[in-house]
Write a protein of this length. Sequence first.
Length: 217
Amino acid sequence: MKTRIYLLPLWLRLWHWSNAVLIIVLAVTGASLHFADSTLVPVSFATAAQIHDLAGMSLVGLYVFFVIANAVTGNWWQYIPKPPDIMARSLKVTRYYAYGIMRGERDPHEPTPDTNFNDMQASAYLVVMYLMMPVVVITGLIFMFPQTAPDRLFGFDGLFPIAVLHYVTGAGVVLFAILHVYLGTLGHTATSQYKTMITGWHEGDLPSGRTSSRRAR
């Protein structure tokens, strides 16, 4: 049965696109800072440092907003894989992305207001938004206020392990964002999921026997 449902409230869409812009800015300026000795950096070191700090503080504010808004609206529930049969559903999604999609098979998960994400997506977003992002934010703040760093950490200068953690975790977030762009093309059409993130409305097939018991927020 064809259905059109309102999945994404305005605050979430505005956060999503603002977050995407900041991640791009931080990735470009972060690369310029990390490869400061290269003659091929896209932004000079001094300029990159200023922009990176400004974008970083903006990301901190945006992340705090994200956490609070998720808690207040109950949207945090979208990031939790729903029992029972989590493993079985995850295997179906893995099979679909591995080769089912190339055979024209139907996506085993159809979004509803109660479950926007399939189990693999929910698990990935949970790790990125509630584990990796806090690490990026906290280590970034320590860099901005180095007096808060310990003198020594794991036998190294206090800032060195923090720098490594910030870089590795930040790179992981950027890689996730790149993969996120690709996965966004795997909807009913190559642009349908992007359209949903702009308008908030999802058009698709509601699995038989399933109805939503909760109004879209």
